[in-house]
Design a protein around this ligand. Structure first.
Ligand SMILES: [Zn+2]
Ligand SMILES: [Zn+2]
Length: 337
């Protein structure tokens, strides 16, 4: 089994897609992040970034296309919440149309059926040409509770009431329900072999920092945190931009405070405002670095490699994170080169 643990960003924008000359560096697709854990693929949210991601999965995962294989190509998709910018790419997610794909979709909802009902509604006859049930993949769609743990190990994917007794080899996903966004939002902590990635999008900071989130994100190797707004914008002091206090999104300062208090190894600024230019996001990244040194503003194509180095000479040493060289262009442009 492959040993890799990688995080790759496919959509980093919040609210609505923002294509155009001024968003080329960071990208205009809405929220979608891929986590590869060995042979396993976990996707966080299905904004428009999941569309190019789906095409790549369809091309590079033989099990999806090969109906003769015994094992289906399994993909897990976790929804933070069900606002448009986190679901709008799903109807265009190619693997969902491939009969040998088995999708395990989890997210919030009042009853276990809520998530499936929302996704069905997003593809009703009036709103989309193909219904959810007409997509040929096998789908296990369930709303999950904050108290549940999602487990992916040799026995497959299942929900558990706790992580007690699970080995380090098991991929474990814990949930924290945050109320710092309209309607609430799930923050996920994905852990494997002692490494953790925390995905905290669509969350607004509290005075004195969000203590529950800090606790949940404690010592994360990567903290992906909402940082949609400039301080002046949040406060209503940016010309042409009314105050966004209470909208459920953070400033760079709020994101940095959570990273500092939780002693995260790295902070990734996420959910960039769609009205912000590359220059503005670059400025926010510089601010973040002054507050929390290991900060980066997410861009399409950013990859963070957390693969543990288990070679004999490195065993027992502190594991380091390798950050890929930033590309000036989003992946879709590089693909055409
Ligand atoms: Zn959002
Ligand atoms: Zn939202």
């Amino acid at each position: 089994m492959s040993e890799e643990l990688r995080v790759k960003f496919w959509g980093v924008r919040g609210s609505y897609p923002a294509p155009g000359a001024e968003t080329v560096k960071y990208g205009g697709n809405t929220a979608s992040v891929e986590i590869r854990v060995g042979e396993r693929t976990i996707l966080l949210d299905a904004g428009t970034g999941i569309i190019p991601l789906g095409r790549e999965l369809a091309w590079t995962t033989p099990a999806l296309a090969d109906g003769a294989r015994e094992r289906a190509g399994e993909i897990m998709l976790l929804f933070s919440h069900l606002h448009h910018d986190h679901t709008q790419g799903f109807p265009f997610f190619v693997p969902a149309y491939m009969p040998n794909t088995r999708l395990h979709i989890f997210g919030p909802g009042g009853t276990p059926e809520t998530l499936s009902a929302v996704l069905e509604r997003n593809q009703s006859t009036e709103t989309f040409p193909l219904g959810l049930r007409e997509m040929a993949s096998t789908k296990n769609i369930q709303s999950v509770r904050e108290s549940q743990v999602i487990v992916w190990d040799e026995a497959g994917i299942r929900l558990a009431e706790s992580s007690a007794g699970l080995s380090d080899e098991a991929l474990i996903i814990r949930i924290h329900k945050s109320y710092a966004h309209p309607g609430g939002v799930y923050v996920y902590r994905i852990t494997w072999r002692g490494k953790s990635v925390v995905y905290a999008t669509d969350t607004e900071g509290y005075v004195g920092t969000d203590r529950k989130l800090v606790q949940f994100a404690k010592n994360a190797d990567v903290l992906i945190h909402d940082a949609q707004y400039l301080e002046e914008h949040y406060r209503g002091q940016l010309v042409g931009f009314p105050s966004t206090q209470g909208f459920g999104h953070s400033t760079v300062t709020m994101a940095s405070e959570v990273a500092t208090a939780s002693e995260a190894a790295r902070l990734v600024l996420f959910h960039h405002d769609p009205a912000y230019t590359d220059e503005m996001v670059a400025g926010m990244e510089a601010t973040a670095k002054s507050l929390f040194a290991d900060s980066v503003a997410a861009y399409e194509g950013l990859e963070i490699d957390l693969t543990p180095d288990l070679s004999p000479k490195r065993r027992g040493e502190k594991m380091t994170m390798k950050l890929q060289t930033p590309s000036p262009l989003p992946l879709s442009h590089r693909e055409r080169e």
